[in-house]
Design a binder for this molecule. Structure first.
Ligand SMILES: C[S@@+](CC[C@H](N)C(=O)[O-])C[C@H]1O[C@@H](n2cnc3c(N)ncnc32)[C@H](O)[C@@H]1O
Length: 312
């Protein structure tokens, strides 16, 4: 199957990462390699990281012609050790373009889609617990909390009950459980009734929020002074984490950091924001790529090492 993913905010990402010859940039969510290709075209060295072996294989096929491209299979949260083991530290720029790629969503066998029958899998890396196994392991109460917190699903409790009764092992069986649990008149008009449930299960299976937090923390350790971090998110749960991290590290959190011991002197900031708010895709891009409509981009520059870190 061909691996086609419509790259979001390509020009904005390239402009922010300043991919001139001699710069070493990391695309930690390589996917179809769209951003990586544009960064390579501008002359930079690019290291592509993805936890999905299928994404790595597709990007290698697309980008292998460039001697400035190399790839590493692994998680963004493990970036420091991945790059360190490959002798590729430090780096001049880091991109996180979060979420799933179109090929992941559109391949029924991956189990991400509520529109096509497949195993209820949803694992980006194809390792660890599947969505079906997660449902079987969690209690009804725990599953409802996942659906509420990660899917913002108002019918979390009845859906969790139905999923625990049915223990679905396929995508369409899970959709049937959701449909039975939500009263017909409460089905949302703009999105599929199972959208929130599938989002929540996907985020939980891949620990996407934990990975994001670990990836941001890694950015602080792998970037050179003056290095740039660019993050593209696709829902508010992710954007909230990025916004809070950058506000704190840019010294904009009143009352200092909760990560510092009480009474510790305020840390010097470790990032400077490149813009105050989040950037969105242009109307032209949103018109041709529906996925771009929910995209938010935040960017920052690594400043000198914070005082508390230098002293450690
Ligand atoms: C939206 S796609 C990236 C698309 C890419 N920027 C392009 O233009 O083709 C996200 C990719 O990141 C990968 N991914 C998501 N979270 C990850 C993580 N924590 N570590 C490594 N890869 C991750 C997914 O497997 C997927 O291939």
């Amino acid at each position: 199957m061909s691996f086609v993913h419509e790259t979001v905010l390509r020009d904005e990402v390239v402009q922010l990462l300043m991919p001139v010859p001699g710069k070493r940039l990391v695309d930690a969510t390589l996917g179809g390699g769209g951003h990586a290709e544009a960064l390579l075209a501008a002359g930079a060295q690019v290291i592509g990281v993805d936890r999905d072996p299928a994404a790595i294989a597709a990007a290698l096929a697309r980008l292998a012609g460039s001697e400035r491209f190399s790839s590493l299979e692994g998680r963004a949260g493990d970036l420091e050790s991945l790059l360190g083991a490959a002798g590729l530290l430090p780096v001049d720029g880091l991109l996180l373009d979060l979420g799933v790629s179109s090929p992941q969503l559109d391949t029924p066998g991956r189990g991400f889609s509520f529109q096509a029958e497949g195993p209820l899998d949803m694992r980006m890396s194809r390792t660890g617990e599947t969505a079906a196994e997660l449902i079987a392991r969690l209690s009804e109460f725990e599953l409802a909390a996942v659906l509420r917190e990660l899917g913002e699903e108002p019918f979390a409790r009845p859906i969790a009950r139905a999923l625990k009764q049915d223990l679905p092992t396929t995508t369409l069986a899970a959709v049937e459980s959701v449909k039975r649990a939500v009263p017909r008149k409460a089905w949302p008009s703009r999105v599929h009734v199972a959208t929130r449930t599938f989002q929540a299960l996907r985020i939980a299976v891949n620990d996407e929020l934990g990975e994001l937090a670990a990836g941001l923390a890694a950015a602080e350790r792998v970037l050179v002074e003056g290095g740039r971090l660019v993050v593209v998110t696709f829902h508010s749960l992710e954007d909230r984490i990025v916004k809070a991290f950058l506000a704190e590290r840019a010294g904009r959190t009143p009352g200092g950091s909760r990560h510092l011991p009480p009474g510790a002197p305020p840390a010097a900031s470790s990032f400077r924001l490149l813009a105050n708010g989040a950037r969105a895709a242009s109307a032209e891009e949103a018109a041709v790529n529906p996925r771009a409509r929910s995209a938010k981009l935040r960017a920052a520059v690594r400043t000198s090492a914070p005082a508390w870190k230098a002293a450690a």
